[in-house]
Design a protein around this ligand. Sequence first.
Ligand SMILES: NC(=O)c1ccc[n+]([C@@H]2O[C@H](COP(=O)([O-])OP(=O)(O)OC[C@H]3O[C@@H](n4cnc5c(N)ncnc54)[C@H](O)[C@@H]3O)[C@@H](O)[C@H]2O)c1
Length: 356
Amino acid sequence: MSKKWKIGLVGCGAIAAWNYLPELKTMSNVEIVSVCDIIPERAKNYSARFEVPEWYDNIDEMLLNSDFEILVDTASIPAHFEINMKALKAGKHLYSQKPLASSVKEINILIDEAKKRNLKISASPIHMLRPEIKKTRELVESGVIGKVNFVRCSSSHGGPEYFQYRDVDPSWFYRKDVGPLFDLGVHALHQVTGILGPAKAVVCLSGISERERIVRSGKFDGRTIKPEIDDNSLLMLEFEDSTFAFIDSTYCVKASRSPYMEIFGSKGTIVLRYDPSNRLELYLDDIERNIRGWTIPIENWPEFKQSFGVKDLMEALEEDREPVLTPEHAKHVVEIIEKAYESSRSGRKILLETVF
Ligand SMILES: NC(=O)c1ccc[n+]([C@@H]2O[C@H](COP(=O)([O-])OP(=O)(O)OC[C@H]3O[C@@H](n4cnc5c(N)ncnc54)[C@H](O)[C@@H]3O)[C@@H](O)[C@H]2O)c1
């Protein structure tokens, strides 16, 4: 029988309850030992609700007293660097919700700490493990759509305060160190760079488009939020050979009927949608094979869950390989975000330095 991994989770909020705790509970090689949140009632409730033996309201106490091997960080974005650093210093392998940290400098510190202690880091977003993104990369790499000319990818929604099901205070998403780029843009940036490889340069227009947001549900219904960070960012990325990507990362899309990604090549187009009945479509214009038209390359997709990022980390530890979701890829994405703001402020195209 395979090893049973002991896990401690920090951050008892929405994603922990919707995905991580229920999904990890179903994995036979996982034992969730402890949960932690700075709000004690949350930690206590989650411990009871998900039958986790220990709960803490302080990560230092958790790291001192709880015996586990992998720390899963599902806390709010501004807390990530501190939590992740403490986990590594305490000798834990790390799986972090995105972003791993909020600057290239911080991610370098985490990578160095992990190397020093022979620990592994993996971080969401989970796109490069998703079957349709893996298939897309395969199609692009095989040259089936020819030379990629440009990509359009959308990472926007109507704002965290807009969701009718949310019962936590979403104000933190509008703090200076969060905003749609760190919350949502990371998705498009991971997908586009995961498929095309590292980008060379970024250009961005960004600003605060709506000066006031009103929470639309839950305990904080009616609360007014005044954004401290841009809610409307449009980016362009430059790759080799005049291949470009256009990315929207905003809290300004109440609804949309567009696919979330379209890849336009010299011989065809790949279209990706969140619609489970039509996730990936391929248009081919192949003169040699006399094909011109739309096709659906795969109809039945394997099951995929948010917690598969943690599963991949456990397998990477067992197989002594790097996890698929690497900290170096996360660092490239964070560099793009930092330089997107720099581009917006300066009105210039900014060159990127990191690769993965
Ligand atoms: N909600 C989503 O749809 C969603 C989807 C994908 C990813 N995520 C990511 O998951 C993470 C959490 O998002 P969420 O929506 O669950 O947030 P949330 O606000 O529902 O929960 C965050 C929790 O972290 C706790 N916390 C904050 N600082 C802490 C600290 N220092 N120590 C311990 N606990 C602390 C808060 O008290 C809160 O309970 C973020 O990184 C977010 O980007 C969220």
